[in-house]
Design a binder for this molecule. Structure first.
Ligand SMILES: C[S@@+](CC[C@H](N)C(=O)[O-])C[C@H]1O[C@@H](n2cnc3c(N)ncnc32)[C@H](O)[C@@H]1O
Length: 266
């Protein structure tokens, strides 16, 4: 039996809603209905936060977003808030950027609710890993060019004992690489990929604030992309896309006289 993503919220239930990359038009229909029915919305900094203040139902808003190098609500406390609110009989939405299960800790929140006996379900969202490249004109796959894409977090550098990513294997994988949370350690990550044999000329794109009014896209070969990001002062949130597909965009953006594409914003 198929279950519709769009079901009325029940008192005492938690719904994990993926809100998409930030543009309020990129939340799903089911996600928007859940926001409209919620008594309380526990939300992050990323995602379609602008939509929250326009909700006619005027739910309580609890901001647990992590400000870079600023205050944050520990994950354990976020789990507690969800459970406390549900046990108070409220209809609870946990709104996240992108998709809740793509580097969103949605699985942890699901497990915490389930362990506490709180009913929980998920409404999938449009992940930034695919939508942000698309909005910059970069398809993550392209027939006859690449047969897959790999999404990896770059929140720890390759040498860090906490890193479980096999960067050398990724350099050989022949798929588009999509890196999230990779701006801080981009120099170390690109260095490792180059050492592992990925050519320095590999076309690369960096897209910040995807889908938002400040969206910017920068294009540079892999060997120069970290310097471009530093020179342009690119700050998170940003997605790094490594692979020939990023050149498709460069090609379409070229001047008709065939002038060479430039590094930098566009
Ligand atoms: C903690 S992860 C959350 C990912 C999210 N769950 C998703 O599916 O998109 C945060 C990272 O996602 C990426 N990201 C999220 N929204 C973005 C946006 N609008 N523009 C560019 N990158 C974004 C950035 O790499 C950011 O550091």
């Amino acid at each position: 039996m198929t279950r519709s993503a769009r079901q009325p919220l029940r008192p005492g239930e938690v719904v994990l809603v993926g809100g998409g990359p930030g543009d309020p038009d990129l939340i799903t229909v089911a996600g928007l209905h859940a926001l409209e029915e919620a008594d309380v919305i526990v939300h992050d900094r990323l995602g379609p936060v602008s939509v929250l203040h326009d909700l006619e139902s005027k739910p309580e808003l609890v901001n647990v977003g992590k400000v870079p190098r600023g205050p944050f609500t520990p994950q354990e406390r976020i789990n507690e808030i969800l459970i406390e609110q549900a046990r108070a009989g409220r209809r609870v939405v946990r709104l996240k950027g992108g998709d809740a299960f793509v580097f969103g800790r949605g699985g942890e929140e699901w497990l915490a609710c389930a362990a506490a006996g709180v009913p929980v379900r998920v409404i999938p969202g449009v992940t930034s890993a695919v939508s942000v490249p698309a909005l910059a004109g970069v398809p993550v796959t392209h027939r006859s060019m690449v047969q897959g894409f790999t999404v990896v977090s770059g929140h720890v550098p390759p040498d860090d004992p906490r890193s479980s990513v096999d960067w050398a294997a990724l350099a050989r994988a022949n798929t588009t690489l999509v890196l999230l949370m990779a701006i801080k350690y981009l120099p170390q990550i690109t260095e490792r990929l180059l050492e592992s044999g990925l050519p320095a000329q590999t076309p690369t794109a960096v897209i910040s604030d995807g889908s938002l009014p400040g969206q910017e896209a920068f294009f540079a070969p892999l060997g120069r992309v970290a310097a471009t990001v530093a020179a342009q002062d690119v700050v998170p949130p940003a997605i790094v896309v490594i692979g020939e597909v990023t050149a498709l965009h460069l090609h379409s953006a070229q001047a008709s006289d065939g002038a060479a594409p430039q590094d930098g914003g566009q």
